[in-house]
Design a protein around this ligand. Structure first.
Ligand SMILES: *Cc1c(COP(=O)(O)O)cnc(C)c1O
Length: 481
């Protein structure tokens, strides 16, 4: 037995590389990432390839190792090249991602030390750090006093946590679900429809509200509907608004909806996954007025604070409700419960073991201060306005409403050709070109429009100028075909 232990130890100890081996591997990783950042402005936002990374299968997981050079080579060719490059400032589709450097270093610190931020006693400092960040985010949207929240993997899970909390607080059960009414915008993010389904609310009545010409909820229509539903003996429960829709970046009239929600006693949820951090600048703050009235809010630091993917935040005013929906009891966890000096994240979310996400936000906020983040979101809003202004002055381009935050919709009006078909081809052509990436959506049922969404910290005026140049170029090519 002793011999066997010695043999196993020797083999298993390879998992703790020597200082020299760590250095050698680290240097290769740093070399690659430094090159990546140095080249990023010249790197495509999208690469179309034949193989789409399928050579990854040529290197199956085996008993024997490969070296770091080989590993990075496989990664570079099969993973880092094909498809969308979300780290590029030319990513102007969907809602762009970020990837600020100090956040990656925060992850590095968190991963090496592997602190467990799930329960207070295990890492009181980590839990305090996360709670402090939650407090900071609540405060920037104007929340005061006691509230809670959770650092989750993204907006989808954060929205799910909010929906489940609302469901339980409103006591929606099998007894009343068929009479329970949820009000939402048809432009709400699909993850909310998913959350309603996963949260067991499929059998509730989901009312998609009519929108105004800027694709926003019309408060009067909401109230009319609530009153009609009450009259019919139904139970209005929940209203979901968006602070920045994915389609067009519209902010619903948050303050007016808040008044209606309070008057009729509804849970008020705001999905600000995309737009929430615009509150950091004055104009954004003005546009998001009323967000402070919500019972729950979702914001995505991996969007508006330019973090690498993997951080969404849910904020809930009634922390006891959040706790009631997510607390647990297990014999093997008996020594972790009952600590109330600080709320433990594991009792406020579906997750138990989770990465220590606080550090990836705390480190960049501390190292940069908030000022460059404020400038960043303000710059993105102004870039969208700039694009809107420039495009509006061009012939044959139809440009959507003034951007509320940082999304602009537009399309080319070709002579004698179907506009939908033409713009579909145009988006495809831009994708294949690869220098910038734009996505599209359908408005008013079947109007195909191209979207420009500005949110990468690497997108600046030169990116927008390049985009307009490419748009003109490609439209001309298509026209002359
Ligand atoms: C991105 C987004 C989501 C989903 O968040 P993930 O972080 O992608 O899970 C939800 N709502 C809106 C408005 C979004 O833009």
């Amino acid at each position: 037995m002793i011999k066997e232990l010695e043999r196993l130890e020797k083999e298993a100890r390879i998992l703790e590389p020597s200082k020299e081996d760590r250095l050698a591997v680290r240097e290769e990783v740093i070399r690659y990432t430094e090159q990546f950042i140095t080249d990023i402005d010249k790197t495509n936002a999208y690469n179309e390839t034949d193989k789409k990374g399928s050579d990854i299968y040529s290197y199956p997981i085996k008993d024997t190792p490969i070296d770091i050079k080989k590993a990075i080579n496989i990664f570079e060719k099969n993973v880092d090249f094909p498809g969308l490059n979300p780290a590029s400032g030319g990513h102007l589709g969907y809602i762009p991602g970020g990837g600020i450097y100090y956040s990656a270093l925060g992850d590095y610190l968190a991963d090496i030390t592997n602190r467990y931020a799930g329960v207070f006693f295990a890492s009181p400092g980590a839990v305090r750090m996360e709670n402090m960040l939650i407090k900071w985010m609540g405060e920037i949207i104007g929340w005061k006093g006691k509230f809670g929240g959770n650092l989750a993997s993204g907006g989808s899970i954060s929205n799910l946590i909010a929906i489940v909390t609302a469901r339980d607080k409103r006591k929606i059960t099998s007894k009343n679900i068929a009479q329970s009414v949820i009000y939402a915008s048809p432009h709400q993010h699909h993850c909310l429809d998913k959350a309603l389904k996963i949260g067991g609310l499929s059998e509730a009545i989901l009312r998609y509200l009519p929108l105004d010409e800027n694709y926003k909820i019309i408060p009067e229509e909401l109230e009319k509907q609530i009153e009609a539903d009450k009259k019919d003996g139904l139970l209005p429960q929940l209203i979901i608004a968006s602070a920045g829709t994915t389609d067009v970046g519209a902010v619903d009239p948050l303050a007016e909806i808040g008044v209606i929600a309070a008057k009729h006693d509804l849970w008020y949820h705001i999905d600000a996954a995309y737009g929430g951090f615009f509150v950091l600048c004055d104009e954004g703050k003005e546009k998001l007025k009323g967000i402070e009235l919500a019972d729950s809010v979702v914001m995505d630091p991996h969007k508006g604070l330019f973090l690498p993917y993997g951080l969404g935040v849910v904020l809930i005013k009634d922390i006891d409700a959040l706790h009631q929906s997510h607390k647990y009891q297990a014999n093997y966890m008996q020594d972790t419960l009952g600590i109330d000096e600080e709320p433990s994240p594991a009792e406020l979310s579906p997750e138990l073991t989770k990465p220590f996400r606080g550090l990836r936000l705390w480190l960049p906020l501390q190292l940069h201060g908030v000022k460059p983040f404020k400038a960043g979101v303000e710059e993105k809003m102004l870039l969208a306005k700039y694009f809107h202004r420039e495009m509006s002055g061009l012939e044959n381009w139809e440009v959507g409403p003034n951007p509320e935050l940082s999304v602009v919709t537009f399309r080319y009006l070709p002579k004698g050709e179907n506009a939908n078909e033409f713009n579909k081809k145009l988006v495809e052509k831009i994708k294949l070109d690869g220098r910038v990436f734009l996505s599209s959506t359908l408005l008013d049922g079947d109007k195909f429009v191209i979207r420009l969404a500005v949110l990468s910290f690497r997108t600046h005026k030169h990116t927008i100028d390049l985009t307009m140049k490419i748009l003109k170029e490609k439209a001309k090519e298509l026209e002359s075909k």
